[in-house]
Structure formats: C-alpha cells, structure tokens
Ligand binder design. Structure first.
Ligand code: ADP
Ligand code: MG
Length: 699
C-alpha cells in the first residue's frame, strides 16, 4: 500500500479516538488528507522585535531575552503572576492569570527565552498576557523553519488536545515520514517554464516555510495545481462529450426562421444578439450536441435569442422547450412567444404546477404525438411523465435557480440528447464561469438594445421618504408605472405577507397615494391571483406594483420606470441588480431608488454604494464575488464543484486564466496524455477525475 494512503490512526500522536474525530470533523482519514490540510495563516517567527518598539496596535510579535524578576500579585479573580522580561535594553511585563503554578516551576533565570504573543494595554502600560514562552535551545530544535502554521480546528478536536498547535505537531510528525513519498504531478516542462517549486517542496513549505518567499511560492504552486487540474478535467469532459454525444443535426434554416427574421422581427437585433445566434447556429448544424451558456446582463434580450433558436428546431421538424424558475416568468414567456409567433403555424403550450388535470392530460398526449412544437413551463416539465416525440432543443432560463440534477433530467427526454442552452439571470465574473461552466461553450451578450437610457440609481435614507413619495407621484402623473419591493422573509410565507402588507400600509398611512391603482403580488397568493394582479399591471390598469422578490427575475414591463427597493440593505447584490433590471426597459429615463435605514453594516454600505456606482452587471458581480466569495455567491446548489483547498476565485484570477490557457494547450498537443513527458499528469489526472466525477454533472 502507498504510504500516503495509511489510515491517520497510525500516525504518531493520533490513535483511534482522535482518528475518528479527525475524520468526522475535518474529513482527514489518511496521511494524505493531513498533508493537504493547509494552515490558513502563519505565525512569523523569523522576526524579533525590540521591547521599545512595542505598542498595543501590533499583532503577534516575538521577543528574545531573559527573565529578571517575577512576582505574585492580586487576590481572587485578579490574582496574577507577573514576569519582568528584558531584552538587555528595556523591560516588559508578561502576565499570567491561569496556569501560574506550571509557569513558575518551569522558568529558569539562567536561560535565554523566546516570547511570543500579542501586546496589549493592561494597567496603562503595554504588557503581554499569556504569551508563549520557550527557551532558545527548544527554538533551535524546531524541525522546520520558523514560520509556524495556524490550522483551523473545531471545539470537539480542541477538547481532545487538537487545537491549532496540536495539529501542527501532528503535521510535524507526518512530514519527515512521508516527504520522500510525495510524487510529482506536473511535468518537468511546466515546473521549469513556470518556475514553480516541486510538489514535495511546496507541500513541505506550505506547512513549514522558512520565510515568506518560500511560503508564497508554495501557495502559488498549490493554487496552480488545483486550478490546472480542474481546467484539464472540464475541458477534457467537453471534448469527450462532443465526441460521444452526436447531436440532432438541425441542418436547414427554414421558412419559419426566415419569414420571422425578415418580416416580423419587432426590432433590429443588437450586434451581440446576432453574434450569439450565429454561435448557436454553428453548434446545432454540426454533428455534436450543443451545450452552451448565454451570459448576458438583465435586459440584454436573451428571450428573443431563445425564441429564434427554437425556430431553428421547428424548421427541422423538432420540438423544443423552455424552462423558467417561476410561474410568473413562464407565463410571461408564454405571452411573449405567442405574440412573436403571431400568425405562424406553430403550436405552443404552457405546463406548470397549476395546469388543470384535464388540460395537462391533453398536453402530455400532444407532446408525445408531436402536435406541440414548443413547450414552455416551470419545474413541472422535468417530471418523468412529461415525454416528447422528438425534443431537440432545451432552453433553461435563469439557470442558477435550478440544481444540476434537475437540469440533467432534461437530457434524458430524447433518445439522442437535445441541444442545451442555459441562460443566466445576471452575469457572473469570468473566474466563476470559467470554473463552474468550464465544460460549456459560453456566449456573452455584452450589449444592451439601442435607445436604452442608463437607469439612475439613488440611495436614499428613510428620512427622505417624503421626497421619494413626491417623486413617485410625478412619475405616475407622467404616465409611468412604479414597483415597490419589500424584502422577503424566507422562513415564513405568512410573515412575508404580513411584512409586505404592514410595510405598504404604513407607507400609505404616512403618504397617501389615493388616486392610484395598486397591484399586490406576494408568495402566499394563488397563481391565478398573482397572474391576475400581474396582468393588471402589464396592461397599465394599475400604476403601482407592490411586491416581494417574487417579482425578481425576468419580468419585463417597459412602461415601468421606477423601482423602489425598501430595506435595500437586506438584499444581496445580485438580487438588487436583478430588481433594478426590471426598469430601464423602455425608452424613458428610469430610476432605481434604494431605501435604507441609518444603521448599516460596512458590507451593506458597500453593496448599496456599488449599486450606485455601477450599472454594468459584470462589474456588480465582481464586487459580489469579493464580498461573498464564490461558495456563497452561487449557493450550495452549484458550489459543490468549487471547493478549493487553497485557490480563491476572488483573488486568483491570473493564475486561473493562465491555468486554463495551459490546459487548453496541453490537451491540444497531447489529448490522451500519452507523451512520455506527461506521465505525471496522466497518473494524477486519472485519480483526480474519478474523485471529481462525484461532484460535477454536466449541465
Ligand atoms: P433578458 O435578457 O433580461 O431576459 P429580455 O429578453 O426580457 O431580457 O428583453 C428585455 C427587453 O428588451 C424586452 O422588452 C425585449 O422585447 C427587448 N429587446 C430585446 N432585444 C431587443 C433589440 N434588439 N432591440 C430592442 N429591444 C429589444
Ligand atoms: Mg430573461
């Protein structure tokens, strides 16, 4: 057996009890797991401070000197032991409240000591409370370097003696044992070209660096490894899939497409829309199955691109479907598509959770016998009983709302997998799309339709409400419509409703808007009621739409020009950007007003200020990534594949771009890793992809 696969139990200092805890608490079950359990920071013991330079603003520091005197002070709770420590020039007090007996018995006035701790103010002078202290002969004994790793741990592990230092000691036992068994996983070429340390050096130095330079090099190498192998995996998967899954060849551009494109397009397509359509066209007429992500900002016109793609399917005698995350959105797509189809001979149906039994039966039947050309729906369309005659094009709108499993179910709805087009709700940063969707082809709509005025975003304090209300009045009197959105309380729909009503009532009480008609939409309503209220707003019968975030994604009402977001500090950035995207869809100047209270966290301020500063969704999402990190930004549904040990997508953009480039190059030169120089990569890749397949399903 390989040494690195040895159960952790057998490492000196572990044993069965600690082993089972290490496994449950930190997922460390083998030597190898501990080797890859990296410290999250390092204590720098390479530097020695002088006492006169100390003040309480410093973090942990190190001193070198002798004990010149000690005394017991205080009683009861303030009982303490004070050591006067000198570095030959000045003296500082080291103070212990606990463990006094042990400290007393171990100090030796004849020895030189290293002291390590954080300076703080106590009794109006700089002291160090509960420092680490050990004699200089021990320090010289330290096996590796003098920057000590700090490891994260858990309460349970601490209770078994495995605090950070305890783990450090285990790593200390481990490294000399295994370091000669660490096998290189990169090729000699790459290591030399990139001037990286070997894997062995990197793994030793990440735990025990001698200095900052070693540490940085080790970190860079290990980050590169993580990102590089993920990219190899994603790109290789894409290649394999393209070879394996022959797509349905949608060869011709037919009458429906041509007729619509030439005569019925409601407006000239933007350059970006045209480009993306061409990319789709190239995919679907070729021999492979399409798997494409469309990234576009809110309002960039993804729906029209989706519709034209479906026409390609219709013209070749195939069915298509579009899945949206909410009933409201599915209904909207249905209306839009019906009006686009106009007099064309194409049959469209909508299937959602609220479709009546009889109707549902008809739809299921007509899907199977090929009567229906285009199906629009919610999650309801992934159910097993929904079967098609010849499905060739699947479009998933606002795909972040769906889990991987839900999406992959649509693959199985045809004997040959259909072409897949997934569309994002808001853009995500390039580093994220490259990792999360590195196995997809990506199209970017980076242009808004012409004539759009940029939405003006204002951040207003609650005390300015009177002004805001006046503004709403003016807008409505000019014929515009207004959204007022309240935050949703997830835990309870009842509360959500109450919140909305209370919020709106108090708004009305203080600032009556009596003449105006109001639509109200919230999560607690039945779909018919929602639909009814929405419809009144769409038709301009109501002037104001009061809603929770059920309104968030996709809704398209060009005459609405004001978005008021109440308690805006309680929304995340991508949500705020989505909400803002509900306005600015017509040719009028639109406004997004963020209402907030006074007491805001720094992070909330940053979010709101970001909204004011940037209108570009790609920029907003970059900030979001910096604030939240990749895992939180994407939610658990999607982040399983993004669990890095050391790489950080908010910081390592350059390494990532480089890793992807190199992975592409390597695969184009040696797809099967069969060249001799790539043997290390080949060996590691096999293990890596076995592990990774548990996480990643292709969209
Ligand atoms: P999103 O990309 O957010 O899904 P939509 O597809 O809902 O955006 O489109 C937003 C609005 O822009 C719709 O009202 C749509 O009719 C309009 N639109 C789409 N493409 C164009 C275009 N090329 N020129 C003008 N308006 C367009
Ligand atoms: Mg949309």
């Amino acid at each position: 057996m390989q040494l690195l696969k040895t159960p952790i139990e057998y490492l000196k200092g572990v044993g069965p009890k600690r082993a089972s805890l290490l496994k449950t608490e930190l997922a460390i079950s083998k030597y190898e797991d501990l080797l890859y359990y990296f410290p999250f920071r390092h204590i720098d013991k390479t530097q020695i401070y002088t006492i006169k330079d100390l003040d309480a603003s410093l973090q942990f520091i190190q001193l070198k000197g002798r004990v010149i005197r000690c005394e017991d002070l205080g009683h009861g709770k303030s009982k303490r032991f004070v050591v006067y420590f000198s570095d030959n020039h000045d003296t500082i007090k080291l103070v212990w409240f606990k463990g006094i007996r042990w400290i007393k018995s171990s100090l030796d006035f004849n020895k030189e000591y290293y002291v390590y701790g954080k300076p703080s103010y106590f009794n109006n002078e700089v002291n160090i409370i509960h420092p680490e202290i050990h004699s200089s002969d021990m320090q010289n004994n330290a096996m590796y370097g003098s920057m000590q790793g700090v490891y994260s741990t858990t309460e349970k592990l601490v209770s078994k003696g495995l605090n950070s230092k305890g783990i450090y000691k285990l790593v200390n036992n481990l490294i000399p044992l295994v370091e000669n068994d660490i096998q290189e996983i990169l090729s000699e070429n790459i290591i030399q070209d990139l001037n990286l340390p070997t894997l062995k050096q990197a793994l030793v130095n990440i735990h025990f660096p001698k200095n900052n330079n070693d540490l940085e090099r080790a970190r860079k190498r290990l980050k590169f490894d993580e990102l590089f192998f993920l990219q190899l995996f994603l790109i290789k998967n894409k290649i394999i899939r393209k070879n394996k899954f022959k797509g349905l060849e949608l060869i011709k551009i037919g009458d429906h497409f041509n007729d619509f494109y030439q005569k019925h397009l409601p407006f000239e397509l933007t350059g970006a829309q045209k480009r993306v359509l061409k990319e789709i066209r190239m995919d679907v007429k070729g021999p492979s199955q399409m798997n494409r992500l469309i990234q576009g900002d809110v309002g960039s016109g993804k729906t029209l691109v989706a519709f034209l793609s479906m026409l390609m399917a219709v013209d070749n005698g195939f069915q298509s479907c579009i899945m949206a995350p909410t009933e409201i959105l599915a209904q909207q797509h249905y209306r839009t598509i019906l009006s686009l189809i106009n007099t064309m001979d194409i049959s469209v149906e909508i299937l959602t959770g609220s479709t009546k039994t009889g109707k549902r039966k008809d739809i299921l039947e007509n899907l199977l016998n090929g009567e229906i050309d285009i199906l629009i729906g919610t999650h309801a369309i992934i159910e097993d009983r929904v079967q098609f005659d010849n499905l060739s094009m699947v479009i998933i709108d606002e795909q972040h709302r769906f889990g991987v499993v839900q999406r992959s179910k649509l693959w199985a709805k045809n004997h040959k997998p259909p072409h897949i087009l997934v569309m994002t709700a808001t853009p995500i940063p390039r580093t994220l799309s490259m990792t999360l969707y590195g196995d997809l082809d990506i199209s970017i709509i980076d242009e808004l339709p012409p004539g759009r005025k940029q939405v003006k975003t204002l951040w207003q304090n609650d005390s300015n409400r009177l002004k805001v209300i006046g503004f709403i009045r003016d807008q409505i009197n000019n014929g515009r419509q207004v959204y007022i959105v309240f935050p949703l309380i997830k835990e309870s729909e009842t509360l959500d409703y109450k919140n909305l009503m209370d919020g709106y009532d108090s708004l009305l009480r203080d600032f009556p808007l009596p003449k105006y008609q109001v639509s109200i939409v919230h999560g607690k309503m039945s779909n018919e009621d929602k639909e009814f209220e929405m419809k009144r707003f769409v038709e301009g019968i109501t002037n104001i739409m009061v809603a929770t975030t059920v309104i968030e994604v996709g809704v398209d009402i060009p005459n609405a020009s004001v978005m008021i977001i109440e308690s805006a500090e309680r929304f995340g950035l991508s949500q705020l950007h989505q909400l803002r995207g509900r306005v600015g869809r017509g040719s009028e100047q639109s406004y997004c007003i963020l209402m907030s209270g006074n007491k805001l966290s720094d992070e909330a301020k940053l979010r709101l200020q970001t909204m004011v500063n940037f209108s570009d969704g790609f920029k907003v999402s970059e900030v979001d990534l910096q604030i939240r990190g990749a895992g939180d930004m994407l939610g658990t549904k999607q982040s399983g594949s993004l669990q890095f040990k050391i790489a950080d997508l908010s910081q390592d953009q350059n390494i990532l771009i480089f890793a992807r480039k190199l992975a592409l190059k390597l695969l184009s030169e040696d797809e099967g890793f069969s060249k001799k120089e790539n043997i290390n990569i080949s060996r590691h890749f096999e293990l890596y992809s076995k592990e990774k397949k548990k996480w990643i399903h292709i969209s």
